[in-house]
Design a protein around this ligand. Sequence first.
Ligand SMILES: [Zn+2]
Length: 112
Amino acid sequence: MKTLSALNKDWIFWLDRLGAYTLPVGVLASVFLHTTDTIHITYSLIFFGVASLCIALAQHICLYKLVKCPKCGWNLAKFKSGKKIPPKLVYNAFKAGRACLECGWKPGQDKE
Ligand SMILES: [Zn+2]
């Protein structure tokens, strides 16, 4: 995540991973808790469902609001047309350290 590292926003990607794993892990945990009679499965499933939704939502908002070019302020998660770039493409672009669409800034350029 060259771009996110350069902006100290690697946590957005971890938030994305966390959101993706919360539900499957939560389902397994719910089944486990249910078999040990700790919590009724309905409650824990609702809890993990809501938690995963909140994380996904927070990640989405951060990704499209906070990742901006340090040079010109361009939103790096958007196309030139202003449309949001799909998350998968955005993360691929961040991984590759794609240049800013507006001014051509690249991660690591500041240090040179
Ligand atoms: Zn820029």
